[in-house]
Design a protein around this ligand. Structure first.
Ligand SMILES: O=C(O)C(=O)C[C@]1(C(=O)O)C=C[C@@H](O)C=C1
Length: 291
């Protein structure tokens, strides 16, 4: 049975891992902190860890990307995209009105993961503009905190799974600003993973660091992919954290790392005095397609 570290029961990450393995029995090790999820696979206490890296509304989960790049050296073994369906969850009796609806104006505090709160900005502004907002370690943790603090007017933004686990009420369903709110997850680990279905495509993630003060260097890097007709699906700069104005580029290419074209492109980029690090070459699965 695969041993996998993932955020607490009822988190979006937890729902997402069940989708990837399609009901396969897994030995899930739940941890409260994403840093512990990274450490679990780094120390070898689990085979794989589940890391959310990008969201439709919020973009990159920078903290997690930085961990992948700076704190650990563990390859990405699979990627999948899963919907982040967020709900307002609380002790419904604190907010219920005479006509049986909920008065969201009575909410004093909204707790959730810092990536989930901005996904629901419109709902919050419209219904509970005066509520305090508090970021916690996961949507599942937010639901747990609300459960333990009745009578204070607190609600969480989280999954139905978490509401069920803690016996709380779903006061509003699907409250994200856009319906197509998806999160991109990666499975990291030292061994390739066996997933019992065909991927939608394969991808290679690269980290490219340009030589200092080289005009046109990024253009030359992109040309190495362009003239080989290699399809890039992500290009993002992140600070190297060494000095202000110094960046590395995170590049996703639809190709396996050992393909002749990608190998040649990487060699060309290295010949430009760039550093190239392969973060992983892996199968990608898109919800809800199951081949
Ligand atoms: O808090 C959770 O439920 C998580 O799985 C984490 C996480 C994230 O880090 O991006 C995952 C997806 C959600 O959209 C919001 C939060």
């Amino acid at each position: 049975m695969k041993r996998i570290a993932v955020l607490p029961e009822g988190s979006v990450s937890h729902e997402a891992i069940d989708f990837l393995f399609d009901g396969e029995a897994l030995d899930l090790q739940h941890s409260k902190l994403i840093s512990d999820i990274f450490r679990a696979v780094d120390s070898g206490s689990v085979q794989y860890s589940v890391i959310p890296i990008e969201n439709t509304i919020e973009g990159s989960v920078s903290l997690h990307m930085d961990w992948l790049v700076n704190e650990v050296d563990i390859p990405m073994q699979a990627e999948w995209v899963y919907p982040s369906i967020q709900n307002v969850i609380g002790h419904g009796n604190e907010f219920v009105t005479d006509d049986g609806t909920y008065d969201f104006g009575k909410i004093t505090k909204i707790l959730s993961h810092p990536v989930a709160i901005p996904q629901c900005q419109n709902f919050i502004r419209q219904h509970s503009p005066d509520a305090d907002l508090e970021g916690v370690n996961s949507t599942a943790e937010a639901v747990e905190i609300v459960k333990k603090n009745p009578g204070k007017g607190w609600v969480a933004i989280g999954t139905k799974l978490a509401a069920q686990k803690h016996g709380l009420d779903i006061m509003a369903e699907r409250v994200t600003d856009h319906d197509n709110n998806y999160t991109r997850f990666v499975l990291i680990g030292h061994e390739p993973v066996d997933i019992p279905r065909e991927p939608d495509h394969v991808k290679t993630s690269l980290l490219v660091t340009l030589p200092e003060d080289a005009p046109g260097a990024l253009h030359q890097v992109l040309s190495a992919f362009a003239w080989r007709k290699l399809n890039l699906t992500r290009l993002e700069s992140r600070p190297t954290k060494k000095r202000l104005g110094s960046y590395y580029f995170y590049i996703d290419v639809i190709e396996t790392v050992d393909s002749v074209l990608l190998t040649a492109a990487m060699a060309e980029i290295e010949a430009l005095n760039c550093q190239v690090r392969v973060l992983g070459s892996y199968p990608c699965y898109t919800y809800p397609s199951r081949k």
